[in-house]
Design a binder for this molecule. Structure first.
Ligand code: ZN
Length: 310
């Protein structure tokens, strides 16, 4: 099961319809909470996300709208008797703030702190890229391992059926049949999370090949001067970043309270994102499915051959 639950979409100050930031990514056995702002614990209740599902918390930076929900969520996990380890990732320069917030929480959680200070992997399948904001900030990318997609006609041709298919997948060979003879490479899906930043290389790097890209979109293109001053993205810039990385879906969030209707921001991003990218302006409590696998290496298919559904 892979899906993104939107817990809040407001930057800086919440509004009557938008809570501060908060995003929960279900990624098979992992439950990753990104940037829990104030009110995240209650938004999780509205969204039906149990605190015990959280295995990892990732902070892009330590501005309050991205981390002031931390003590409440951690305390709730202790109250609920969470026994599994929980990993907390954050920029190293925000360590003082993070330790202060953690110290407010009820003790008793098996919490592991993982500060990072450079681009690269921070956990299995998770890596970070630096962003450009008023304090040190990093965006995250979560990548599913690459796999293989079986070609039913070739399996049939090789007379591999039923449980033998699983054995072939595990062992790479079944009798004379090699895995690569009856399957094609399937790139793992990618989720990317780009919060408070001006346009920068790290944002472009994270967007590259993302199946689902979440970006901040604090300002409209008409307010580009404010975006420049406070080091945020406009909707049009978010669309350009998605387009340059050929992202499949773009989810806009982190809206300034000055916009009652964020449809305007979605329209701005659509103008620059290009027809291949689906653009959505997130609302609180939205659930967004992680798109299915994109086409595998079609070059390795024979004429007339089709992939199995994935
Ligand atoms: Zn923010």
């Amino acid at each position: 099961m892979r899906e993104l639950v939107i817990l809040g979409t407001a930057s800086q100050v919440p509004t009557r319809t938008r809570n501060h930031n908060g995003y929960f990514l279900r990624w098979e056995r992992e439950g990753i909470l990104f940037d829990p702002g104030e009110g995240t614990q209650r938004q999780m209740i509205h969204a039906g996300v149990s605190a015990s599902r959280i295995t990892r918390i990732c902070l892009t930076h330590v501005h309050g709208d991205h981390c002031f929900g931390l003590p409440g969520v951690l305390s709730r996990m202790v109250l609920d008797g969470v026994a599994h380890p929980v990993h907390l990732h954050y920029p190293a320069s925000g360590g003082g703030t993070v330790r202060a917030l953690v110290s407010l929480a009820t003790p008793g959680l098996d919490l592991h702190l993982h500060p990072h200070g450079a681009a690269g992997p921070v956990a299995d399948g998770i890596d970070v890229e630096p962003l450009r904001h008023r304090i040190e900030a990093y965006g995250y990318r979560v990548t599913e391992p690459d796999g293989r997609t079986f070609l039913p006609a070739r399996l049939e041709g090789a007379a591999v059926r039923g449980p033998d298919v699983g054995r072939l997948a595990r062992e790479g060979r079944f009798g004379d049949v090699r895995l690569e003879d009856v399957s094609v490479h399937r790139p793992g899906r990618r989720f990317a999370f780009v919060m408070d930043t001006a346009v920068c290389d790290g944002a472009f790097a994270l967007a590259e090949g993302a199946d689902l890209l979440v970006t901040e979109s604090t300002f409209s293109d008409d307010d580009a001067r404010l975006a420049e001053e406070y080091l945020h993205l406009t909707a049009g810039q978010a669309g350009s970043i998605a387009s340059s990385g050929a992202a499949g879906s773009l989810v806009l969030t982190h809206f300034s309270s000055r916009y009652d209707d964020v449809g305007l921001l979605a329209a701005g991003a659509r103008r620059t994102a290009g027809p291949a990218t689906t653009v959505v302006a997130a609302s609180d409590l939205d659930r967004i499915a992680i798109p299915g696998h994109r086409a595998a290496d079609e070059g390795s298919l024979r004429p007339g051959e089709r992939r199995a559904a994935t």
